[in-house]
Design a protein around this ligand. Structure first.
Ligand code: NAP
Length: 277
């Protein structure tokens, strides 16, 4: 019998039952023939540190962390990547062979990689991006758009202060526009991104006027439930290139899997089907 350790990984959240990560990661483990396991773990905030420090002793090579642990885990980690510091949150933890704990954030990577995959003709320098929302996920979107070379980001959020905070942190390429004028920023954009939760199952509808949409635009939504939001449907009706939010979820999981299990998985139709199962 082999005494080789079977690598373990998982997702820690509270709650965690809704997470699509287990079926996704298990699909990749199966596809690559890796004898590993990926486990959902419901962990209360007061137990987070004990659990994180114990898992490597039980054979864990890393974990994803989700709400409400994304900020707290950065205080437990020995090292936090620059991109996680920039986001103020981590979603991927790596237990390194020297015993140290590394916290990373792969949401920005997931967003931009999904955008390039879904809209291969989109050129970052082609024009402004209109971004709706200024919450946690928006930080990753803004950071990755700036890094990609988008010349201007027109940012509109119901709570203007949050958009102005992002402008302070990310600089002059961001122009803040009042939420009541959100429809106007769409008219000027080459790329439209919804980072609000409006349009998600169980949430109110996105009521921003969409008559500024034109066929040459790329439109993407972070929401993946439903897969085709009203925004994406309206954009598709006009002839825009549309990119749904599921791909972001799948791509953000790639770096973790690669670090933990040593192989880089593909995000393809079979991966999407596995996540939707
Ligand atoms: P969050 O931090 O709670 O931010 C929510 C955003 O929605 C804020 O900009 C908020 O505006 C806005 N909003 C909420 N209710 C609103 C309303 N009634 N009217 C106008 N604006 C409203 O959430 P988040 O973590 O950024 O997530 C946002 C969405 O992205 C969620 O649907 C989430 O599922 C999705 N997401 C997807 C992925 C993926 O991998 N595809 C990753 C992360 C998040 P205020 O600032 O005014 O409250």
């Amino acid at each position: 019998m082999s005494d080789k350790k079977i690598p373990l990984a998982g997702v820690i959240g509270c709650p965690v039952a809704h997470s699509k990560s287990p079926q996704l990661q298990r699909h990749w483990l199966e596809t690559h023939g890796i004898a590993g396991h990926y486990i959902p773990m419901h962990v209360e905030p007061e137990d987070l540190e004990t659990v994180i420090r114990t898992l490597p002793k039980a054979g864990f090579v890393g974990v994803n962390v989700t709400i409400p642990h994304k900020e707290a885990v950065m205080k437990i980690a020995d090292k936090v990547t620059d991109r996680a510091k920039l986001m103020g949150a981590a979603n991927t933890v790596i237990f390194r062979s020297d015993g140290s704990i590394l916290a990373d954030n792969t949401d920005g990577y997931g967003f931009i990689t999904n955008l390039h995959q879904g809209a291969p003709d989109w050129v970052p320098g082609s024009g402004p991006a209109a971004v709706l929302g200024a919450g946690g996920a928006c930080r990753a979107v803004v950071a990755s758009l700036i890094e990609a070379g988008v010349p201007e980001i027109l940012l509109s959020n119901r709570t203007r202060d949050r958009a102005e905070q992002l402008q302070k942190e990310f600089g002059k390429r961001i122009q803040v526009v009042d939420w009541v004028l959100a429809g106007n920023i769409i008219e000027e954009a080459a790329l439209v991104v919804n980072t609000t939760s409006l349009g998600m199952v169980g949430k109110p509808r996105l009521r921003v006027p969409l008559d500024g949409l034109k066929p040459h635009m790329v439109v993407t939504d972070l929401i993946y439930s439903p897969l085709k939001t009203d925004l994406l449907q309206a954009a598709e009706d006009v002839g825009c290139t549309v990119v749904d939010g599921l791909g972001m979820l799948l791509h953000q999981a790639v770096p973790g899997f690669e670090r933990w299990f040593g192989q880089r998985p593909d995000v393809d139709d079979a991966t999407r089907a596995a996540a939707l199962r």
